[in-house]
Structures are given as structure tokens and as C-alpha cells.
Design a protein around this ligand. Structure first.
Ligand code: SF4
Length: 254
């Protein structure tokens, strides 16, 4: 898919969803037991409105059209349940992509959540999202109240508009959307918290983001995650022509 940076993630979301979702089916390329969170049944998908320079699945998300294996929500749930049963896991997630690109993928996700919570009420589904589409359409979020086993981790991609645009490739004006999604989840009592790729920011910038979140009523601890600096990730950071000091640590180690 051709892209000019910075791109409009609203348009990109629509284009990508048209490629990766057909009716109830979505493109996935792998189902696996993963070691994170102490063991979690994981469905790896393709397709995202962003194109983060540090994305471990960058090339698949750049070219989702290269994949052609669609799975219905029923098939996804049964594959994840099979893995969980075999490994005695209680945790589930979709990874590698953004689970919610638009209303079609939202319905697919909701169906997966329903099937898993009906089958294993004691399980937990960790929705790892960039919060973009949920921030565009916060009215969708109330549907999550039907799934008490849902936990939502919203990965904020920048500490401000500039770093958001540099990292995601998406226009800076959309920085606030994931924060809107978090605020809505807090309002509705859905368990959700913010996360950030800590390696890319100074302590001062992280503190400023925390102050900003608290001012918006988001009191939860900011989860800090750490970069897996694959060679292609370093290359992508350079290719974006990122010159701010936030990347010095990574670029000088390359
Ligand atoms: S939001 Fe996540 S899946 Fe999407 S490009 Fe960024 S890191 Fe990759």
C-alpha cells in the first residue's frame, strides 16, 4: 500500500480494514502460545492504521495485502481455546496488528471476546490496542461492558503531538484520540491503562505525559515497555529521518 508520511490514519484505517476484514473474517498469519504475562494464547493478525518505526511486525503491517488466510471469529476463538487448554493458560490476546480498525473488525473482535468468555468465564482477554479507532468512535466502547473478563492496554505512541507523528507516521493532530479512548473507558468502569515505549523518551518527557494524563482524569500507572531493537527497527528509525534527541540512545548504539 502506497503511503506518504505523515498520512491520515482515518483514511488508512478504512483502506487497511477493507483488505484485512471480509464480513466476520479477518486476516491472521499465526496462532501460538506466547511467554508474555506468564503465558498467553495469541492470535497474530495483520493490519494497523499506524506504521510505528519500532513495530516488530512492520513489514506485514506495511503490506497486509500479501496475506490471504482469513479466519472467522469462531475459528479464531476455537484455535485460541485449544492453545489455552493445551498449555493451561487463562490469558488471551490478539497481537502483531491493531485489533480494531473500524466497525467490521470491532464486530469480529467482540464475537471473539464473547465466544472466549462464554467458554472460559475465568479467563482474561488482554486487548492490546493503540486506541486510535476507539478514540474516533468512543460510543463503541460501551459494548465492552458485556465482557467482564476484558482488560485493555492502550499503547500511547508519543508523549506529545510531535513524537506521536514521528513514531507512528500518522498526522500529529490524532495524538489525542487514544487518550480520548482511555477517558471513555475510565468513565464506563472498563479496566484499562496506558503504556509507553520507554526507551524512546527522556524521564522528563515521560513525567510530562503522566501529568497530562492525570489532568485528563487518567490516574493509572503508566506501564513502560522496552524496545526490541531488531536491525530493521534501527533502520526504520533512521529512514524516518528522526533527528530529535529522544532517539539518541538507540541511534548511537546502532
Ligand atoms: S500500533 Fe502497534 S501494531 Fe500498529 S504499527 Fe504501531 S506497533 Fe505496530
Amino acid at each position: 500500500m502506497d503511503l506518504e508520511f505523515p498520512f491520515d490514519p482515518v483514511e488508512r484505517s478504512k483502506d487497511v480494514e477493507a483488505v484485512v476484514a471480509h464480513e466476520d473474517r479477518r486476516l491472521y498469519y499465526r496462532f501460538r502460545p506466547a511467554p508474555y504475562y506468564g503465558g498467553i494464547a495469541t492470535a497474530d493478525a495483520v493490519g494497523c492504521p499506524f506504521l510505528c518505526a519500532y513495530c516488530w511486525n512492520y513489514n506485514r503491517n506495511l503490506h497486509p495485502e500479501r496475506f490471504n488466510q482469513f479466519y472467522s471469529s469462531q475459528q479464531v476463538a476455537s484455535k485460541l481455546l485449544h492453545i489455552a487448554k493445551k498449555r493451561s493458560f487463562r490469558l488471551f490476546r490478539i497481537s502483531g496488528a491493531e485489533p480494531v480498525l473500524g466497525e467490521r473488525t470491532f464486530r469480529h473482535l467482540s464475537e471473539v471476546l464473547k465466544l472466549i468468555s462464554q467458554s472460559t468465564p475465568q479467563s482474561r482477554f488482554i486487548l492490546e490496542t493503540n486506541g486510535f479507532f476507539l478514540g474516533c468512535k468512543p460510543e463503541l466502547i460501551q459494548n465492552f461492558r458485556a465482557y467482564p473478563n476484558l482488560l485493555v492496554r492502550v499503547c500511547l505512541k508519543g508523549t506529545d503531538e510531535e513524537s506521536f507523528e514521528q513514531i507512528t507516521g500518522a498526522q500529529k493532530k490524532y495524538f489525542r484520540y487514544p487518550i480520548t479512548a482511555l477517558k471513555e473507558m475510565k468513565k464506563l468502569g472498563i479496566r484499562a491503562w496506558p503504556a509507553l515505549m520507554a526507551d524512546l523518551f527522556s524521564r522528563d518527557l515521560i513525567n510530562r505525559l503522566q501529568v497530562h494524563l492525570r489532568a485528563q482524569g487518567i490516574q493509572d500507572k503508566l506501564e513502560l515497555e522496552y524496545l526490541e531493537a531488531y536491525p530493521f527497527v534501527k533502520e526504520n528509525l533512521k529512514r524516518r529521518n528522526i533527528k530529535t534527541s529522544i532517539f539518541n540512545k538507540i541511534l548511537t548504539n546502532s
